[in-house]
Design a protein around this ligand. Sequence first.
Ligand SMILES: Nc1ncnc2c1ncn2[C@@H]1O[C@H](COP(=O)(O)OP(=O)(O)OP(=O)(O)O)[C@@H](O)[C@H]1O
Ligand SMILES: [Mg+2]
Length: 591
Amino acid sequence: MEKSEKRKLNREQIKELGYFTRFIKPYMTEFIIGLVLLFLSSVIVMAFPYLAGEMADIANGKSKLHLNLNQVGGLLLIILVLQGIVSYVRVILFTIFSEKSMADVRVALYQKLITLPIVFYDKNRVGELVSRITADVDQLQQVLSVTMAEFIRQILILIVGITLLMISSPRLSLLMLATFPLIVIAAYFFGRFIRRLSKDRQEKLASTNTVVDETLQTIHTVKSFTNEWFEFGRYRDKIQEVVKTALHLAKYRASFGSFVIVVLFGGIFFLLWFGARMVQNGTMTVGQLVAFIAYTMFIGGAIGSLGNFYTTIVSAIGGTERIREILSHPVEVTTNRHLARPLVTGNITFDDVQFRYPTREDVPVLKGIDMEIGAGRKIALVGSSGAGKSTIAQLLLRFYEPTGGQILLDGQPIAGMELQSYRSILGLVPQEVILFGGTIRENILYGNPDANESQLIDAAKQANAWEFIQSFPEGLETKVGERGIKLSGGQRQRIAIARAILRDPKILILDEATSSLDAESERVVQDALDNLMQGRTSVIIAHRLATIKEVDCIYVIEHGKVIESGTHDELAAIPDGAYSSFAKLQFDTSE
Ligand SMILES: Nc1ncnc2c1ncn2[C@@H]1O[C@H](COP(=O)(O)OP(=O)(O)OP(=O)(O)O)[C@@H](O)[C@H]1O
Ligand SMILES: [Mg+2]
C-alpha cells in the first residue's frame, strides 16, 4: 500500500515549516549553539583520514610533516576527546530543543482537539487524530533532534571530503567521483525498494494480528457460533500470505546482499587497485592512498544516508501539514476554567427548528420542530428509532447549529449566548455511561471539582449510589474504568446521576437513561432520576413509556416532525393515534 502523498519538497511545504517557527523560537539559542557544534564536529571528523594517511607515510618514512608517530597519535587522541565533548553537548542541546518545542506542539494540538466542535469529530476518525498527536509529532521530533543534524553533517562531510580529495589527489578523485556516487545511489534505491517490500510483509503480519485480536475479543461469540474452524482458516490463510510475501522479498534481499558485496566492495577494490598502481609508479604515497580510501568511505556513507534522511524529512513535513490543519481549525470553546454561569429560569422554546447533519447535507433530519417547555417542567420525546430524538438533544446541547428556525432560552436565541456558559447550565445523562479511569470519587467530582465531602456524599445518596459504593471495601476510592473494577450498567448510571446532581444543571437531558437496565435496577435508577429532575427543566427521551407517564407533556416525533403532543392520558385517548398504538404495544404485552 503506497501512500498517495508526494514525497517531494516544494515551496508550500517550506512554508509549512515556517509555520512551526513559533514553537521553535523559544528554544532557538540551544538550536543555534547546537548547529555551531555540529559544524565543528563535522569538520574535526574529517581530520581522521588525513591523520591515518599521515601515520602510514611516517611509517614509510615519506611524511612531509615533521612529526613522529607518537605526536600524530597524541593529536588523534586530542581530537577524539574534543570530538567526544562536542558531540555530547550537541546531543544534549538538540534534545532540549526538540523535546521542549515538540511538547509545546503536543499541548497546543491537544488543547485544540478538545476545544473543536463535534462536527470536526464527525468528519475525522479518532484513531487518525491520535496518530497525529503521537506519530506525526514523533516524526517531526525525530527530524528536529537527529535527522536534520545528521543531514547537515553529511552534507558538510561531503563538501569537505570532496574538496580535500580534489586537492590532494585530483586524478584518483575524478575516477572515484565518476563511479562511486553512482554505485551508492543505485544501492540506495535498491535498498529503498526492499524496504518497501518488507513494509508490505510487516503490514500483512499486522493484519494477521487483527484477526487474532478480533477473534479473542469476541471469543464468546466465536464459541457460541462454533465458528472456531472459520477463525482458524482465516488466520491460516493470512499467515500463508505473509510467508508468500516474505519469500518474494527474500529473493530481492539476497540479490541486494550480493550486489553490495560484488559492486560496492568491487568499486572500493577497483579504486584501491588503481591507487596502488599509482603508488607503484610513484605518483602517490601510501599515506595518500590510505587517506583517500578512508575519505571515500566517508563520502560513500554520506551519499547513502542523505537519501534516507531526505525521505524522513519530507515525510515529517507531510506530518506537519496534517498537524497544522488541526491547529488552524477554528475552535468553539476555550480551556478557561472559571466561567460565569448565566442566571436563567429555564424556559425553552423550539421555534420551527430544522436540521441536516453537516456530514449528510442532503438528508433533512428535523423538519420544523415546535416545542414550548416551561421552566421546571418535564417533557418527553418518544418516537421510533431514527425519528430525530437524539438529534433534538444534540441541538439543545449546541453540538450543532440548526439549519433553520431557532431555539430560545428565556426568550433569547441560544445561538447568541457564550457557548461555554450556556452549556454550563445543561446536564446530560446518556444511555451508555462510560466512566473515566480513576476512582468513584473522581468520577462523581467530575460534575463539580469544587464540591466538598458532604455535598459529594449527599449527591451519591440522592442518586441511590451510596449504598453500593459503601459495599466496596475501598468505598469512594474504588478504582473504576479500564483498569479498575467493572460496574454494572445500573451502577454506572447512578454514578452519572450523582455527577449530574453535583453539577446542579438548570436544564436536564436524559437520553434513554434507563433503557439498557433490567426492571429491578430501572426502578432504583428511575427513583434517582426523579430526585435529579426536581426543580429542573427536563427533556426525557424514552423508549419505555412506563417511565414517562407522569411528565407534563409528551411529544411524539416521527420523521423529524412533532406529530402528536399532550399528556399521557390525552394522547392515549386518541383512538388511532401514534402514541396510543405505541402504548397498546407496550402495555398490552407487558401487563
Ligand atoms: N452524526 C450524524 N451524522 C449524520 N447523520 C446522523 C448523525 N446522527 C444521527 N444521524 C441521522 O439522523 C437521523 C435521526 O437520528 P437520531 O439519533 O436523532 O434518532 P433517534 O430518534 O434518537 O433514534 P433512536 O431511538 O434509535 O435513538 C437518523 O436517520 C440518523 O441516521
Ligand atoms: Mg437516540
